[in-house]
Design a protein around this ligand. Structure first.
Ligand SMILES: NC(=O)c1ccc[n+]([C@@H]2O[C@H](COP(=O)([O-])OP(=O)(O)OC[C@H]3O[C@@H](n4cnc5c(N)ncnc54)[C@H](OP(=O)(O)O)[C@@H]3O)[C@@H](O)[C@H]2O)c1
Length: 293
């Protein structure tokens, strides 16, 4: 710990947060907030200071460690899996009594709903079709109100599917799980975790960054194309392809909720205004690097 450095909190320090914390620790005095003691102990072995707070069970006397020089809060805790609101975020915002200079909220591109394969940028209206997406819309709005009232610079990063080392559905493909025929599958979007981490850092470091940014790699392809490519690069048999009608009968509701939405998400604002240079604009290279690590 170096207390002369400005303080930064990462609320929700899992897959994305850990990679982010390692890089940000070079400039900031980082505290990570996690739900479980086991995650806290893993973080401490990586040299990342953490505190345990379950935002589903906040007590009367709970507080979070804050300093007056709080540079940023990067909020990566997913919303609960029920309801139309994000009570975790609501509780967190009530506890955060010292406004940081910047609040970064990780949202999803699911807030746009189904666009029939059309291109969407940040000016497109939100049109959530699932409770999961409705919770995100509510959460984005909560951060808008909280940040406006406290004059905090707010950045919302709308992420699509996140992939990277250890986050590729290789086991599913080995099991022989089917995919939807490529010609029938809708368009979806992804980002490599390292590029998402770069977007989080740019959100904190670029004083001009504010508002909403889509954070995607710019490859709008179907999940079937992505999975077929992954199988090829991982040396696994090509997955069997089924029709969309068959998929509706056999795939899980969760998987279908993604497959039933189709959109091309523009990353122009992320590139030009947020100032992110993508390491993996090519998903084939992104998969290759992820399989190697
Ligand atoms: N996966 C995707 O493709 C995708 C796409 C778009 C957006 N996102 C969003 O991006 C964000 C980061 O994703 P990720 O993959 O890094 O998530 P992750 O690996 O699941 O990490 C989530 C973190 O939040 C903490 N957390 C969960 N519930 C909590 C609670 N009740 N109170 C306090 N902390 C809690 C977890 O603590 P423990 O480790 O102790 O459990 C963990 O540190 C999430 O909001 C996610 O929903 C994900």
């Amino acid at each position: 710990m170096n207390s002369t450095r400005p303080h930064l909190m990462i609320a929700g320090c899992g897959y994305v947060g850990r990679r982010l914390a390692k890089l940000l620790s070079q400039r900031f005095d980082v505290t990570a907030l996690v739900r479980t003691a086991s995650s806290a102990s893993e973080l401490s072995t990586e040299g990342i200071r953490s505190m345990v707070l379950d935002l589903d069970r906040v007590r009367m006397n709970t507080s979070i460690p804050e300093r007056l020089d709080q540079e940023a809060i990067i909020y990566l805790v997913p919303p609960p899996s029920f309801g139309e609101s994000d009570l975790r975020l609501d509780r967190f915002l009530q506890l955060a009594s010292v406004p940081p200079k910047c609040f970064v909220y990780m949202s999803t591109t699911g807030v746009y709903g189904d666009n029939g394969g059309a291109l969407v940028d940040e000016s497109a209206p939100v049109n959530p079709r699932t409770d999961r997406a409705r919770r995100r819309v509510t959460a984005e709005e909560m951060t808008r109100v909280w940040c406006t009232e406290r004059r905090v610079r707010r950045v919302v990063l709308r992420a699509p599917g996140i992939y990277g080392p250890g986050r590729l559905p290789v086991e599913r493909l080995r099991r022989g799980d089917a995919i939807v025929r490529e010609e029938e599958a809708g368009i979806s979007n992804r980002i490599h975790v390292d590029d998402l981490v770069s977007a989080c850092i740019a959100a904190v470091m670029n004083p001009e960054a504010r508002g909403v940014y889509n954070v995607t790699d710019g490859n709008s392809i179907s999940s079937s194309t992505f999975l077929r490519t992954l199988a090829e690069l991982a040396g696994i048999h090509a997955p069997p392809q089924v029709s969309m009608v068959e998929a509706q009968l056999t795939f899980s509701m969760d998987r279908l909720s993604f497959l039933n939405e189709s959109r091309r998400v523009s990353n122009e604002r992320m590139l030009k205004h947020l100032g992110v240079t993508l390491k993996y604009p090519d998903y084939v290279e992104g998969i290759r690097a992820s399989l190697k690590e």
